[in-house]
Design a protein. Structure first.
Length: 259
């Protein structure tokens, strides 16, 4: 297992820790592959009932893809694997996001792929893609299904930072706790779930996810077409260049071929 992901078993609970604190726990290709392998192993382990996903250190849950070595594509094999974020959303067992700090871009989307989210009072969320001339990815599909359309639109269209308290109001986060009690709280919830019938728990998750993911394949067709157009635009190039140069972008707001 790559050391960019730490895996620890405590009783019937597995804790997955993205371990790249110097990069604010941004994932690279090696980390993505480690997450995939860990999710498969967890899902098939008959002695493990609940997973907790968190980030190393006190500053970040996950800041999304590590852009320093080029954009991480992850080698997705299809729409559902893209939506399920390296297998996190595909496991049959409950997954808890222990959001210990910032969750930006793909970090927010990893949290969305968990069944619920418990956040430190220091945590915050951000979907900043419109500042880079990009579309958010998984969040465009999952967020409007998870919270109200208005709150989802606020996050996706304003690119504003959302505090843990505001995320709790939106229903994005189910509980906000003191920073130093985050893992303790998540483990207590996991222990409670572990004491239930695992057949009933996993059956319930399957039924819920069927409705939650309805029409996602169709929606992804539209998303892919829109992404292809946007990627050819001057705004996309300008957004990425401005990010690399640490300056504000100057968008032209014209689609490719538009005069």
């Amino acid at each position: 297992m790559d050391d960019s992901l730490l895996v620890e078993r405590r009783g019937h609970t597995t804790i997955f820790t993205i371990n790249r604190p110097a990069k604010r726990n941004a994932y690279d290709d090696a980390c993505v592959q480690a997450i995939r392998e860990a999710m498969r192993a967890f899902d098939t382990d008959p002695d493990q009932y609940v997973g907790i996903l968190t980030g190393a250190g006190d500053a970040a849950f996950c800041s999304g893809a590590d852009m320093s070595g080029g954009r991480v594509m992850g080698g997705y094999s299809g729409h559902l694997e893209f939506l399920e974020m390296f297998g996190v959303g595909a496991v049959r067992k409950p997954m808890i996001a222990a959001v210990n700090g910032l969750a930006v871009g793909g970090g927010t989307e990893l949290a969305l792929n968990c069944d619920f989210r418990i956040a430190s009072e220091d945590a915050w969320f951000g979907l900043f893609e419109p500042k880079r001339g990009m579309l958010a990815g998984v969040a465009t599909q999952l967020l409007p299904r998870l919270i109200s359309y208005g709150d989802a639109a606020w996050m996706l269209l304003t690119a504003e930072r959302v505090s843990a308290a505001e995320a709790h109001r939106m229903g994005l986060v189910q509980k906000v706790v003191p920073h130093d009690r985050l893992l303790e709280e998540c483990l207590a919830v996991a222990d409670n779930i572990a004491g239930l019938s695992q057949l009933a728990v996993q059956g319930t998750k399957l039924v819920m996810s069927m409705q939650y993911k309805a029409m996602m394949r169709e929606s992804m067709v539209v998303y892919r077409e829109m992404m292809a157009r946007l990627n050819l635009s001057d705004d996309h190039r300008e957004g990425l260049m401005a990010f690399a140069e640490k300056r504000e972008p100057q968008f032209e707001n014209r689609w490719p071929g538009q005069s």
